[in-house]
Design a protein. Sequence first.
Length: 157
Amino acid sequence: MGAKRDAAAAVTVPLQSYVPGIDGLRCLAVLAVLLFHGGISRTGWVGVWLFFVISGFVITRSLLASAALGLSPQEVLRQFYLKRAFRILPLYLGAILIFTLVILVFSSDRDEKLEHLPYLLTFTYNFYRLDSDYVYNGSSAIFGVSASRNSSISCIR
């Protein structure tokens, strides 16, 4: 057990939990995605990938900081997922509630839209949409991009 503590102590994580440079990278990522959706740029995927990198950095930093406190791996993961759930779930469920109310009040095709609700509430929506025109429109295209032109999605087909 002493060797594990020595290894945890060897991993040093700065006490500063906020890294200002991350905000700049987030700004660039958002800008890349917005420019893509605005039809100005074709490289919105760079913003998405940058978000993945930022998330990996922030999550790893958080896990290492918890491990440096001497917590067991089980406790580190338990705390990580609890913090994440309490931060994300209220916003997610609140957004679903608001959009459901808007659909009920203003939508003429509410039945068609509300059929998605059980999948959204059970976090299985991606699986539900896999066999839809949204992902595959019959012409070997995903999101309107030919699989032969986009090597990152060609492995899906």
